[in-house]
Write a protein that binds this ligand. Structure first.
Ligand SMILES: C[S@@+](CC[C@H](N)C(=O)[O-])C[C@H]1O[C@@H](n2cnc3c(N)ncnc32)[C@H](O)[C@@H]1O
Length: 277
């Protein structure tokens, strides 16, 4: 029988075990989605109580990898929100390249890498690929391995990514950038030969470089207000002055302490520019 509910204390106890044993801190993730994901994990692995889940987490580190993978939401698409990618191509990147020879881009919470390929293809089609250094990070090691592999289901490629690419207005066909093997689309590895993939936990890993563009889309939505605020501060520190910060369409900067240090470049696309140190 599926477990239907979890007490807040049970969720806290699970977070504490994960923190003590594995040094990941989920205590400031938004409680409602955290609860939904934990209930789902219990259903998938047929775990009948929070106490059993807690014991399993304590004793089975292989299970913990699956736990992290299921706890985090990895849904993503190439050219998700095509109008944002048009803005990047037509306004943001030309503006940066008018004053910079080289730029650094950080995809924080890159999931299986579709966002990174979207950027690489955009840069290639506009002659900028050699001038951009991309960093792609995620908390979840297994999803990051998927990103590095660059293998996606052909069905999804055609039904979702190709449609987004057409709406974005790419200059070629998306199929020019992958080879098909047994129903799997294998992306052209040369697109990402300059990409650095690494695990990075937004909750605790902190600043590791300075960037001209940071994209952190559809990640902060899973954090509570306090954690969003802390992470926004870390992003502010990681950006050069007059550089760009892009979040997801349902996310907002306005409640955070660093809001006054940014101006809004495009409210709809959630593009902000850092204007104060
Ligand atoms: C819904 S996906 C977003 C993917 C992509 N940015 C997009 O918008 O299509 C959210 C990603 O955030 C990652 N994530 C969750 N918590 C994180 C954390 N504390 N640090 C880094 N990444 C995290 C998840 O592993 C997941 O891959």
């Amino acid at each position: 029988m599926a477990v239907e509910d979890l007490e807040i204390n049970e969720i806290r106890a699970l977070c504490q075990t994960v923190q003590e044993k594995y040094n990941y801190d989920f205590s400031n993730y938004a409680i409602s989605s955290l609860k939904r994901r934990i209930l789902r994990i219990m259903e998938i692995f047929k775990i009948s109580s929070a106490a059993i889940l807690n014991d399993k987490l304590r004793t089975d580190s292989l299970f913990f990898k699956q736990f992290i993978n299921e706890l985090t939401v990895n849904v993503t698409e190439m050219y998700r929100d095509p109008s944002l990618w048009r803005d990047l191509r037509d306004k943001i990147l030309p503006n940066l390249f008018s004053t910079h020879n080289n730029i650094k881009i950080w995809h924080a919470g890159c999931s299986s890498g579709e966002e990174v390929y979207s950027m690489a293809i955009l840069l290639k089609e506009n002659g900028w690929l050699d001038k951009a250094k991309i960093y792609a990070t995620d908390i979840d090691e297994s999803i990051l391995s998927k990103a590095k592999e660059g293998k996606y289901s052909l069905k999804n490629m055609i039904e979702v990514n190709e449609k987004n690419y057409i709406r974005y207005g790419g200059t070629k066909k998306l199929e020019d950038y992958y080879k098909v093997e047994n129903g799997i689309a294998k992306m052209d590895a040369s697109l990402v030969s300059q990409v650095t993939y690494r695990t990075h936990d937004l909750v605790k890993s902190g600043v590791f470089n300075k960037f001209d563009i940071i994209l952190c889309r559809n990640v902060l939505i899973y954090f509570n207000q306090q954690l969003q605020n802390d992470v926004f501060k870390m992003f502010h520190e990681s950006l050069f002055n007059y550089s760009y910060f892009i979040i997801g369409s349902k996310e907002t900067l306005i409640w955070s302490e660093i809001a006054t240090k940014f101006i809004t470049v495009n409210q709809e696309e959630k593009i902000f520019k850092k204007v104060k140190e």
